[in-house]
Write a protein that binds this ligand. Structure first.
Ligand code: CA
Ligand code: CA
Ligand code: CA
Ligand code: CA
Length: 444
């Protein structure tokens, strides 16, 4: 039993000189010192009980991890597992140290039968962490036994790097006397890689008022893709669709799609029906034009003028513009016409009376426009009868205005055959001119 009292010394200075470092055990130096201090006060029996306890706890934790989907719970369990595995490894190391000293004592002092199991030493770390999908390389272990020498190591357990989880590999060696020594390696397969989300190519420019269909996205690990964001095809603009995929370990990957709603369609413009034939000198009112567009009511501008003082054909152009700068035009044709004939006013008496034999002078006529008045006359003042002067004026549009003066050539109302009388007459016409007329007669 004196061996047990030597245990702290053996563990700290002899046994542990062969043990793994804190780094190997995946724990901090302070954690390792804390565990060592705790173990060094344990007896061989207590160490054995502690080993059984730890083994059971580890098995329970591993079972819990397998049955848990929640990534944060798995993380917490894995943290506990890591500490327990480190302690188990140190406890086993302590036990090995004890049995080794025991064996030395037995071999050197008692020459008893071999009751000491082989010591199994791992090649590489006792705790490994691999990313899901990595390759696990088995580094093996060696075993030696004081009585049997170097022994073959049997490995049990498997590592599936395609599945997140904690895997325990057990390395065993049995000596010639049937004593079995073991060592374990813990391999944690974790997933810290976010899914890579790839946006499926689609038609992402859509006409205002059109239909946009989301081509979606895929995750490289087959995780579900959740889509957020909307596209309002009734409003021109740029929209972002976000695709998010979260794997079972809570890693999230995202990708975005930009969708543009454009308006490339010109407004529809309609000329409002109006009165578009206007008399020269009259008033024309523009009935305007209306326009519609999916983006809202377009502005309509009008160009062109109508000069109602000049006969002719005029074009009015209406232009409608939408918010995206698309334009439509429409035109209206306005015609200024002259359908009004010149108005002629006869100057002087109408009818006019002329005594037969006297001189008849045409007093002429005026016109309301700028036209020239021409006239014809069939008056024969030497012969009693009814005659007429006909005045005519034609405007530039070919409208003809006429007026007629009736001229009555009458007999002298004196029946003695003589008489005197005077008469004057004036005449005006276009241009300048004067005319005089005299009449003579006799009277009693
Ligand atoms: Ca042995
Ligand atoms: Ca992943
Ligand atoms: Ca438009
Ligand atoms: Ca006219």
């Amino acid at each position: 039993m004196h061996i047990l009292r030597l245990l702290p010394f053996l563990i700290l200075f002899t046994g542990f000189s062969l043990a793994q470092t804190a780094e190997d055990l995946n724990i901090s130096k302070s954690e390792m010192i804390e565990i060592e201090n705790r173990i060094s006060s344990l007896s061989a029996v207590e160490l054995s009980e502690r080993k059984d306890f730890l083994t059971e706890e580890i098995n329970n934790l591993e079972e819990s991890i397998k049955n848990t989907q929640n990534p944060s719970t798995i993380k917490s369990f894995s943290e506990s597992l890591r500490t327990l595995l480190a302690e188990l490894s140190l406890v086993q190391q302590a036990i090995v140290a004890i049995v080794t000293v025991n064996a030395i004592s037995e071999v050197t002092e008692d020459k008893k039968a071999d009751t000491v199991p082989p010591v199994v030493t791992l090649n590489g770390n006792a705790n490994l962490t691999l990313e899901k999908g990595d390759t696990y390389n088995e580094q093996g272990a060696s075993a030696s036994d004081l009585a049997s020498g170097v022994l073959e190591v049997t490995i049990s357990g498997t590592v599936d790097t395609s599945t997140v989880g904690t895997y325990i590999l057990t390395y065993s060696a049995t000596d010639a006397s049937g004593n079995t020594g073991t060592a374990t390696r813990t391999v944690n397969v974790i997933d810290t890689t976010a899914p890579v989300v790839t946006v499926t190519s689609g038609a992402d420019t859509v006409e205002l008022g059109g239909v946009w269909t989301d081509a979606g996205a895929t995750a490289d690990d087959g995780s579900t893709v959740v889509t957020t964001g909307t596209v309002n095809t009734s409003t021109v603009g740029t929209y972002t669709i976000t695709y998010t995929s979260t794997d079972a370990s809570g890693n999230a990957g995202t990708a975005t799609r930009t969708v543009t709603v454009v308006d490339t369609t010109a407004p529809v413009i309609t000329v409002t029906s109006g009165t578009d034939t206007v008399e020269l000198g009259g008033v024309w009112n523009d009935a305007g034009a209306g326009a519609t567009d999916l983006s809202g009511t377009p502005t309509v501008t009008t160009t062109g003028t109508v000069d109602t003082s000049t006969v002719g054909t005029y074009t009015i152009t209406y232009t409608a513009s939408d918010a995206s700068g698309n334009t439509s035009t429409a035109t209206r044709t306005v015609t200024v016409v002259d359908t009004t004939a010149p108005v002629i006013t006869v100057i002087g008496d109408n009818p006019a009376t002329v005594v037969v034999g006297s001189l008849y002078i045409d007093a002429g006529a005026t016109v309301d426009g700028a036209e020239t008045v021409s006239s014809t006359s069939d008056v024969d003042s030497s012969t009693i009868g009814t005659y007429s002067d006909v005045y005519t004026a034609t405007d530039v549009s070919g409208n003809v205005g006429t007026a007629t003066r009736i001229v009555n050539v009458v007999a002298d109302d004196d029946d003695d055959g003589t008489g005197t009388g005077t008469g004057t007459g004036t005449g005006t016409g276009t241009g300048t001119g004067t005319g005089t007329g005299t009449g003579t007669g006799t009277s009693t």
